[in-house]
Design a binder for this molecule. Structure first.
Ligand SMILES: Nc1ncnc2c1ncn2[C@@H]1O[C@H](COP(=O)(O)OP(=O)(O)OP(=O)(O)O)[C@@H](O)[C@H]1O
Ligand SMILES: [Mg+2]
Length: 376
């Protein structure tokens, strides 16, 4: 019965986009700690959501539960309002791209791409036409006759992508699809994945440990640590409003200075650094006065000026500068010992700094978040 229902679902969904609800999924291998620990995540139809996290944080396990290759200990996966846990992978109507391509080495590219259709009993001629169209979509129309061993890594990855898309799944899962590619190819494939997502409107659940990839591709990012989702939000939200120190240090760069929260009568917040006397202005916060916290100062938010320019800000000394082409990274030591890194854009009027120089460093309150020391 399950199978019949699945076939209907797959057919109905051709060319559509699925909504996905991952509900309280847990998975433990043997007696170790939970690889995935009560993970919940809803994807709207057409949404691009990325699971981002360090190695071993549970990204692949979560994806494999959705794909049907791993059975969870608890929880449910609901696709377009129906639980799919009872269905085998091939009945779920989900396209999957694995990191290692997993192409059949003895089949040429076209037959690789046609394979999911043949599995679904699509007649040979129609399968061929649709496989050719899928190869064309990823820019490989002329290479269908080649074996995987006769294709470059990037081309193999495209074949894998075409194979995952050929039966027009409502949901596409991608596990580190760009991991094996060099930098230039990665950039190119990123653009292509964005285009495919836009053109097909398909729902995508994507896995990477590369924050830049996650930031540039996703509608929303779910940041994972030790089997749990620590924060879910749009890229801008995670970068500008990290929920805690873990998120702040995982995404983007920045100096985190420890101290206690101060508030004035107007409710404006600042942080008194541990062992320091100069309060650092910060964004408003729910954290109570006196709470232990960190202030996050991102390099591009800091403005440097000379003491004689009257620009205000905290006193600091330049420790080091590194020219990086578009920017110069300036490392500073504040009076009470904290170290900051500022990123200055290079243009004709940029100030030049040398080690030992006195400098004023300022930032907008809104740009400096106060974060709880730990997440619970
Ligand atoms: N088949 C398995 N048997 C035992 N432990 C496993 C198995 N697969 C994964 N694990 C463990 O579960 C945890 C999560 O693994 P998972 O592969 O989901 O992580 P990941 O976030 O995808 O990591 P990576 O970025 O390295 O691919 C890890 O501690 C891993 O060692
Ligand atoms: Mg993995």
């Amino acid at each position: 019965m399950c199978a019949l229902r699945a076939e209907t679902t797959v057919k109905n969904r051709r060319g559509g986009r699925a909504s996905v609800s991952i509900r309280q999924i847990s998975k433990r291998y043997g007696s170790g700690p939970a690889a995935v620990d009560a993970v919940s995540l809803d994807l709207e139809s057409g949404e691009f959501v990325t699971l981002l996290g360090a190695s071993g944080s549970g990204k692949t396990t979560t994806l494999m539960v959705v794909a049907g290759f791993t059975a969870p200990d608890h929880g449910d996966v609901v696709l377009d309002g129906r639980s799919i846990l009872g269905l085998p992978p091939e009945k779920r109507g989900i396209g999957v791209v694995f990191q290692n391509y997993a192409l059949f080495p003895h089949m040429n590219a076209l037959r690789n791409v046609a394979f999911p259709l043949r599995m679904r009993n699509v007649p040979r001629r129609e399968a061929r036409t649709r496989a050719e169209a899928a190869l064309d979509r990823v820019g490989l129309a002329s290479l269908g006759g080649r074996l995987p061993s006769q294709l470059s890594g990037g081309q193999q990855q495209r074949v894998a992508l075409a194979r995952a898309l050929v039966f027009e799944p409502g949901l596409l899962l991608m596990d580190e699809p760009l991991g094996a590619l060099d930098r230039a190819l990665r950039e190119q494939m990123k653009t292509e994945i964005r285009r495919l997502h836009r053109d097909l409107g398909i729902t995508i659940l994507y896995v990477t440990h590369d924050q830049e990839e996650a930031l540039t591709l996703s509608d929303r990012i779910a940041l994972m640590d030790r089997g749990r989702i620590i924060q879910i939000g749009a890229p801008r939200e995670l970068y500008e409003h990290p929920a805690n120190r873990f998120v702040a240090s995982f995404i983007g760069e920045g100096s985190l200075i420890e101290g206690t929260v101060l508030r004035d009568e107007q409710g404006e917040a600042s942080l008194l650094p541990r062992g320091g006397s100069q309060p650092l202005p910060a964004r408003r916060t729910d954290l109570p006065k006196g709470a232990a916290a960190f202030i996050l100062l991102r390099p591009e938010k800091l403005r440097l000026s000379r003491p004689d320019q009257g620009g205000g800000g905290a006193q600091a000394e330049v420790l080091d500068t590194v020219y990086v082409g578009d920017t110069t990274r300036v490392t500073l030591r504040m009076n009470d010992g904290a170290t900051l890194v500022a990123k200055e854009t290079n243009h004709a009027d940029s100030l030049r700094w040398s080690p030992g120089a006195d400098v004023r460093v300022a930032w907008a309150r809104e740009d400096a978040a106060l974060l709880p020391a730990e997440y619970s």
